[in-house]
Design a protein around this ligand. Sequence first.
Ligand code: GAR
Length: 203
Amino acid sequence: MSEEPKATLGILGSGRGSNFAAIRDAIASGRLSASIAVVISDREDARILELARQANIPTVVLRRGKFRTRLEPDIEEELAECLRRFRVDLVILAGFLRVLKGPLLAAYAGRILNIHPSLLPAFKGKDAWKQALAAGVAEAGCTVHWVEAEVDSGPILGQARVPVLPGDTPESLHARIQEAEHRLYPEVIQQVIDRKLWQQIHS
Ligand code: GAR
């Protein structure tokens, strides 16, 4: 039997869940010493939930609330409570398209990671790969960073670069960036676990 997982993850996503799948596979193959306690989404039809159910991982759907781009404070409180109930050490944002504000950031300060599809600080915000194409840059990529109050701005933990090729469409570039994301995110999570970085931030 393999050794005990070193960290318990809670994964939040709104979409297709390909980063969730990469993390799940990294755990299954022993490249990532963690377990996934829960997958949480703000969208009941998100494919990430279906993938989690197929993997027998508990799923939670957040109350809808009245905002589209953020969560109401009481829903964020419920989210924090849910993560505590599942004894989550590290919160992994994997395509979670809501901005997190006070309650969750306070409850999980220094324990929330995000992956963003650009070489931050370039191209913050929505559809970063489209911004990169429009800007005509030769290189794009992805960034894993700590989540802080200001969007896409927390300390950077790792980046991966991909070329922008002649004839790239938004779809082809995003697909290339996502391949890089699937390698980078599990690697960086493992580094955070190995170095116990979240505990250092907390203590
Ligand atoms: C990923 O490309 C991720 O970088 C992006 O959403 C996608 C989710 O894909 N996140 C952001 O743009 C956050 N600002 P997935 O559901 O297949 O993992």
